[in-house]
Design a protein around this ligand. Structure first.
Ligand code: NIG
Ligand code: FE
Length: 411
C-alpha cells in the first residue's frame, strides 16, 4: 500500500538525520520543505522532498494538500486517560476558593477518582478511554502515554493497566503504559504511608513487570503526597524490574523530585511549576526530559513553569496535555501548542519541538515518531488551508487539523 501526499504547501519538522531530542537553542529550528510531497509505504515514511524532485507519482492513494501544512502528529507524553467519571463538582469548589491540596486533604481529588474507578468495569473504562483517545486523534495526537494511578490497590491498578494493554492491542497509535501506583495515599493508609509505598514496591511493580503490563513507573513526589525518599524507593524498584522512571514533581512546591528523577535517569520529570537554579542545574547534562503541562497550570491557576529559562539554560523541554479529570480535563494538544507560545513565551518553532520530537523522547518513542523522517511511522496530519506555520499556535481554540494519518492510514 503506497500513499502519496502531493502539493503540500509546507511539510513541517523534517529530519534528514533523525535526532532523539533537541536541546536549548536548537529548539528554535524546525526544518521544513515548501511545495513538498510525502511518500508512505506499508505505514512508514519512505521519501519526502520538493515536488520538483518527485520522480514516481504512482501510488495506490493520492491526497492533494494544496494550501495546507503537513506536520508529524503530536506526541502526548503525559496523560491519565483511563478514569471513571468527571470531577466538575470539585471544579466548582475550586472556583469558590478551595485549593487542589485542600480538596485532596478532604478525601476528594485523586481519592474521589479512585473510589469511582474501583467500582467501574474494565469494559466501561476501556470505552471511556477510547472515546477520549479518538477525540485526541481528531485534534492531531498520534502517540500517547497513559498512566494508571486511580486504582490505588494492587487489583485496581492492574485493572487500569489491562485497559491500557487492550487499547494498545486495538489502536494503531504509539501508546505507552506507566504504572503510577503512588499517586495518592488511600485513606486507610493515612499515618502509615510507608506501608503503602511497600505495597507499591513489593507488589504492584513486580506484578506489573511480570505480566508485561507497564513500560514505565511514575510517582507523585510533591508536598502533601510522596516524599523524595519514597520516590527514590519507587524508582529504584522500577529500575530493578526494568521499568524506567517518569516522575510528577514540583507542581505544588520544590519537592526534591527533580533530583530523584535525575539520579535514576528517569525518562522525564513532569509539571515543574516550582523550579530553582539547583533543579535546572541538576537537569542539565542529564537524560531526563523536563516536561511542562500547561493545561494543569492553567486549570488550577498555578504559576507557569519557567520553560523559557530552562531552554535558555540549554535544556530541552517537552510539553504534554496531562489529560485527567482533576487538573486538566482536556487532551487538546493544539491548545497546548498555543499556550506554549502565549503563556511560556516559546517561539512557534520551540513549541512545535516541545509537542513533537521532545515529547516523543519523553515517552521513549522518538526513534519511531515525532518528526517526518525516512523510516519513521507515517503518523502525520494535514491541516485545513492555513497561511503559515506560525498560524498554528496563533489561532488558538479552533481545530486546524483536517485529516489524520496513523501508520499511513487515514483515521
Ligand atoms: O498530573 N499531579 C498529580 N496528578 C495529576 C492529577 C490527578 C488528579 O487530580 O486526578 C496531574 O495533574
Ligand atoms: Fe499527571
Amino acid at each position: 500500500m503506497r500513499l502519496l501526499v502531493r502539493n503540500i504547501k509546507e511539510l513541517v519538522q523534517v529530519e534528514e538525520q533523525p535526532r532523539e531530542r533537541v536541546l536549548g537553542t536548537e529548539m528554535a529550528n524546525v526544518a521544513t520543505v515548501k511545495d513538498a510531497y510525502l511518500m508512505v509505504e506499508e505505514g512508514r515514511i519512505v521519501a519526502f522532498g520538493p515536488m520538483a524532485t518527485l520522480a514516481e507519482e504512482r501510488a495506490d492513494s493520492v491526497v492533494d494538500a494544496s494550501g495546507r501544512l503537513v506536520m508529524p502528529c503530536f506526541c502526548d507524553s503525559h496523560t491519565h486517560l483511563v478514569y471513571a467519571g468527571s470531577r466538575e463538582h470539585e471544579y466548582c469548589d475550586k472556583i469558590r476558593g478551595l485549593s487542589y491540596e485542600e480538596i485532596a486533604q478532604r478525601g476528594g481529588g485523586i481519592l474521589n477518582s479512585a473510589r469511582r474507578l474501583q467500582a467501574a468495569s474494565e469494559e466501561e473504562l476501556y470505552e471511556g478511554a477510547m472515546q477520549r483517545l479518538e477525540q485526541m486523534i481528531r485534534l492531531g495526537s498520534g502517540a500517547v502515554e497513559l498512566k494508571s494511578g486511580y486504582g490505588l490497590t494492587v487489583e485496581a491498578e492492574m485493572k487500569m493497566l489491562r485497559v491500557i494493554r487492550r487499547m494498545k492491542e486495538t489502536s494503531p497509535l504509539a501508546l505507552k503504559a506507566t504504572l503510577l501506583g503512588a499517586h495518592g495515599v488511600p485513606l486507610e493508609y493515612r499515618g502509615r504511608q510507608g506501608e503503602f509505598v511497600d505495597l507499591v514496591v513489593r507488589e504492584m511493580i513486580p506484578q506489573a513487570a511480570a505480566e508485561g503490563l507497564a513500560d514505565y513507573v511514575d510517582v507523585f513526589c510533591d508536598r502533601g503526597f510522596f516524599t523524595p525518599e519514597e520516590a527514590d524507593r519507587i524508582l529504584e524498584a522500577g529500575a530493578k524490574y526494568g521499568l524506567r522512571g517518569k516522575i510528577h514533581a514540583n507542581e505544588l512546591a520544590c519537592s526534591g523530585g527533580v533530583q530523584v528523577a535525575v539520579r535514576w535517569n528517569a525518562l522525564s520529570c513532569d509539571h515543574l511549576e516550582h523550579m530553582g537554579e539547583a533543579e535546572i542545574a541538576a537537569l542539565n547534562g542529564s537524560g531526563t526530559m523536563p516536561t511542562v503541562l500547561p493545561g494543569a497550570a492553567f486549570f488550577l491557576g498555578m504559576p507557569y513553569a519557567p520553560a523559557r529559562q530552562m531552554i535558555d539554560s540549554g535544556l530541552g523541554v517537552a510539553m504534554a496535555s496531562d489529560c485527567n479529570p482533576g487538573s486538566s480535563p482536556s487532551g487538546n494538544m493544539q491548545l497546548i501548542l498555543s499556550m506554549a507560545c502565549i503563556n511560556y513565551r516559546l517561539l512557534p518553532e520551540e513549541a512545535i519541538n516541545a509537542v513533537t520530537l521532545n515529547s516523543a523522547y519523553a515517552m521513549g518513542v522518538s526513534h519511531e515518531v515525532g518528526s517526518i523522517a525516512v523510516g519513521k511511522q507515517a503518523n502525520f496530519f494535514i491541516t485545513r488551508p492555513v497561511p503559515s506555520l506560525e498560524y498554528m499556535p496563533y489561532s488558538f481554540g479552533e481545530n486546524k487539523v483536517e485529516q489524520v494519518f496513523i501508520q499511513g492510514r487515514r483515521m
